[in-house]
Design a protein around this ligand. Structure first.
Ligand SMILES: Cc1cc2nc3c(=O)[nH]c(=O)nc-3n(C[C@H](O)[C@H](O)[C@H](O)COP(=O)(O)O)c2cc1C
Length: 190
């Protein structure tokens, strides 16, 4: 079974809900593990070893000031040791982000994840879901935010982590996690 590592940061818990949905989906088709990046951005050796052994790594962070939170960036910077050795080359990569505004510059965060994956020689898995952009569509529909790179979610600024992100965003996240696991499993089978 493909090993899927989900490594993410969440300041206030909203992105944790999205990460949990990605984990649920990935667990349907693979051996998934969820790691939260701590407040100081430093992950431990057990997690680095698990990432090294993974078939796919899924990155997650809220969008803060138009990009990933600095804690995620610390993790990314510290992955430069892996870049030097290109030891993550040919692993699958994917990413998700959540923010308060429907657009909110979330695309910048996804693009950052994609660049990180590119530097590491990883193979990016796009979302693979059609947008729900008709008149009748809204936040309860899958991919209602209409992204293609990774999974997007909105948590309105006045909602607690018990209330957000929207049901459609969580459905997108779940399906994306499953997709990454299925693709990673295919490679294992090859
Ligand atoms: C420092 C900071 C910067 C933020 N920048 C953005 C932003 O650029 N775009 C946006 O839509 N929301 C922004 N937000 C709102 C968060 O993305 C939103 O509250 C999100 O749900 C937080 O996720 P979390 O609970 O996992 O930390 C920002 C929040 C903080 C604290």
């Amino acid at each position: 079974m493909a090993r899927i590592e989900i490594v993410y940061f969440s300041g206030y818990g909203h992105t944790t809900n999205q990460a949990n949905a990605v984990f649920e989906g990935a667990s349907e088709a693979g051996d998934a593990r969820l790691t939260v990046i701590p407040e100081d951005g430093a992950i431990n050796e057990v997690t680095w070893s698990a990432l090294d052994a993974a078939d796919a790594i899924i990155f997650g962070s809220p969008t803060y000031m138009g990009g990933p939170a600095w804690q995620f960036k610390r993790f990314a910077d510290e992955s430069s040791e892996r870049w030097m050795a290109q030891s993550w080359k040919n692993k699958f990569a994917a990413g998700f982000t959540n923010s308060a505004s429907p657009v909110g510059d979330k695309g910048e965060t996804i693009n950052y994840f994609r660049t990180l994956a590119g530097q590491q020689g990883m193979l990016w898995v796009p979302l693979g879901q059609m947008p729900s952009n008709a008149m009748t569509h809204g936040p309860t529909d899958r991919n209602w935010l209409g992204g293609s790179g990774g999974a997007l979610a909105q948590s309105p600024s006045d909602t607690s982590a018990e209330q957000a992100p929207h049901a459609g965003d969580l459905a997108s996240a779940r399906e994306y996690g499953r997709r990454v696991a299925v693709i990673a499993e295919t490679k294992i089978a090859a």
